[in-house]
Design a protein around this ligand. Structure first.
Ligand code: AGP
Length: 630
């Protein structure tokens, strides 16, 4: 195999491996050594992608050997010794649960009925339900609640009907039936000399050195073993055998010849995929996380909108950034579904509403970690009064999922940076979809409006991608200009009051600059007295029904010498000419969706402010993430 020395530019590599950050898969075919210790060590390097459960499968003397359990890698290793499996061929998985709680039965690898085929998977198979039903009708028995388990049974069924296809052929046929995102690796005791991998909208890279071949969700896993990387693109299937990796197009089985490239990353850089901090990496992951929110499970989203429809009163309870998502959602539910809801800061819930909650009340608790104490305390207080608990979280298996009647997993993947970014925009996207579903259920929106909004929600990932691409540099310069400011105001109107609050939280949390946010209509009730010449005031200016009045607020601040920083829609000349600095977001974004694109420049502004002030955005002082893996 020809290996060229030309270094691969890291940003192109980033693009090649960016995408869905959930679960980590790894595997290898080694010339000499046992695979299990290599797989174990590699999964440790992938643990930041998911830490609910871990598992390995190896092939030895024509037999499949599987070890898997729920829990963090070190705990499972202590119990079951993940280095102790025979064979130099193997696959492994560290999980971030999306379908099925983090239990041993739901951990990967998953196998077929005869325990001959083992599969690890990263991604979401949207049509797993109907595939499962069909396979059960063909006599297959399922053990887990996962979407992934349909894959080994599908391959088994295809090989049963057409053994001449061989493993690679059967895997190619199987994935043609899958909808969703997936990076999958398959081994079989019937063909014990190969690993077959496929990629579709989920990261997969191949590592090669003189003798061994590795595959992984990303480069950190095999970087200590080789820095020679072979990129795999969506719609490709790779057959790995000793010292060889053959790539073919799934559609027409055409062979793809591609040369491995060398990367010059330190392991630490690799985990951040070349980004200087997890926060900016996670800001860049938002387009893919938003795509994932479009794949939340229909069934549960429908169930949740039914509970909301039936509720006499709906309290949305959360802390920090999640509370800001609730605040924005209260505008969405009211404007689309005519449902009044009460966004409540969790630490005040019991005092503010404790007595008025009862059996007819519904609590929608929002928490990316699913473990925030004040939010859980509110939930248990409400449960004591027989209220119905609904949950929106990013952490399957968290306490919130266990105390909720129905919950939705937003599927943003682990968020390592303490400052919530990708989980916020994903919460907003899920809330907008829920509000739209409820509006349809209540007949409050026409089919045309439904289709229009649904189309726009689908476009959000590309819109956010465009903002990051076009405005990151400008936001960096703006941060450089205002890094020594003593304080900031953040103002918004309507639904973007929530966006202003979020912009403020981010700036205070990681750049340590005092900041006040308030509905622009409140300017005259206190804040305006603080304004002096050059005082930076950030305005979130969506082109909605509040646009005119917001211009009035800008004039008020400008008249007192404030420096106006405006987040505006492209082509909004009226406000651009009033602003000292402005960031543009694409236009024609429906009002109820506008916090998603409008918050991204504020996230980047806070990030670059912290960097300009020499601070570590990932480790803000006086704070810790509810759940982190280091
Ligand atoms: C946001 O950047 C902060 N990390 C913090 O305010 C956070 O939003 C809050 O602690 C809520 O966390 P949760 O979503 O995990 O409940």
């Amino acid at each position: 195999m020809l290996i060229t020395e030309k270094l691969f530019p890291w940003n192109l590599l980033q693009q090649a491996i960016e995408a869905l950050l959930m679960c980590g898969i790894f595997g290898c075919i080694l010339e000499e050594k046992n695979a299990a210790p290599i797989i174990h060590a590699a999964l440790k390097r992938l643990e930041y992608r998911g830490y609910d459960s871990v598992g390995e499968a190896t092939l030895h003397e024509g037999k499949l050997h599987v070890k898997k359990d729920q829990g963090k890698i070190d705990d499972v290793h202590r119990l079951r010794n993940l280095d102790d499996l025979p064979g130099s061929i193997g696959i492994g998985h560290t999980r971030w649960a999306t379908h099925g709680a983090p239990l041993q039965v739901n951990s990967h690898p998953h196998t077929d009925c005869n325990e001959q085929i083992a599969v690890v998977h990263n991604g979401i198979i949207e049509n797993f339900d109907e595939l499962r039903t069909d396979l059960e009708n063909h006599g297959h028995t399922f053990k887990s609640k996962t979407d992934t388990e349909v894959v080994p049974h599908l391959i088994e069924e295809i090989l049963r009907n057409n053994p001449s296809l061989g493993l690679t052929g059967a895997v190619a046929e199987a994935v043609k039936k899958l909808q969703g995102s997936y990076a999958i690796a398959v081994i079989s005791s019937e063909e014990p000399d190969k690993i077959v991998c496929v990629r579709n909208e989920s990261p997969l890279v191949i590592g090669v050195n003189e003798k061994d071949v590795f595959f992984s969700s990303d480069i950190p896993a095999f970087l200590p073993l080789t820095n020679k990387v072979l990129i795999v693109e969506d719609g490709e299937i790779v057959t790995i055998s000793l010292g060889k990796a053959e790539i073919r197009k799934i559609a027409d089985s055409r062979i793809v010849s591609r040369e491995p490239k060398a990367v010059d990353w330190s392991p630490e850089m690799a985990v951040k995929q070349g980004y200087p901090h997890f926060m900016i990496k996670e800001i860049h992951e938002q387009p893919d996380c938003l795509r994932n929110t479009l794949r939340v499970q229909e069934h549960y989203a429908d169930l949740m909108s039914t509970f909301l429809d039936r509720a006499r009163d709906v309290y949305m309870v959360a802390c920090g950034t999640s509370y800001h998502a609730c605040l924005a959602a209260s505008y969405m539910f009211s404007k689309l579904a005519f449902l009044p809801t009460y966004p409540i800061i969790a630490s005040e819930f019991v005092e503010q509403c404790g007595k008025s909650v009862n059996i007819d009340s519904t609590i929608l608790a929002v928490s990316q970690s699913g473990e925030t104490a004040d939010t859980l305390a509110s939930v248990s207080a409400a449960r004591e009064r027989a209220a119905t608990i609904l949950g929106l979280t990013n952490t399957i298996g968290s306490t919130l999922t266990r105390v909720s009647r129905v919950y939705i997993g937003q599927q943003s993947g682990p968020e390592i940076g303490v400052a919530a970014t990708k989980t916020f925009t994903s919460q907003l996207s899920v809330m907008a979809q829920l509000a739209l579903r409820l509006a349809k259920k209540r007949g409050k929106v026409s089919q045309d409006e439904m289709d229009y909004l649904a189309e726009k929600i689908k476009k959000l990932p590309d819109i956010v991608q465009e903002i990051i691409l076009k405005q990151e540099e400008k936001t960096k310069q703006m941060a450089r200009k205002y890094k020594d400011a003593k304080a900031f105001f953040f103002l918004g109107r309507g639904i973007n009051t929530a966006t202003a609050y979020e912009g403020r939280l981010k700036l205070m949390e990681i750049a340590y600059i005092p900041a006040i946010a308030f509905p622009a209509g409140e300017s005259k009730h206190g804040p305006i007295s603080l304004v002096e010449p050059g005082f930076p005031v950030v305005f979130v200016c969506a082109k909605d029904g509040t646009h005119k009045t917001l211009i009035g607020n800008i004039m008020e601040m400008k008249a007192r010498g404030a420096s106006i920083i405006a987040i505006v829609e492209e082509g909004d000349e009226e406000i651009k000419k009033l602003a000292d600095d402005y960031i543009e977001v694409p236009k024609d974004i429906p009002e109820v969706l506008s916090p998603v694109p409008f918050v991204v420049p504020l996230q980047m502004l806070a990030y670059y402010m912290a960097v300009e002030r020499g601070l570590n955005p990932d480790r803000p002082r006086n704070l810790a993430k509810s759940v982190t893996v280091k």
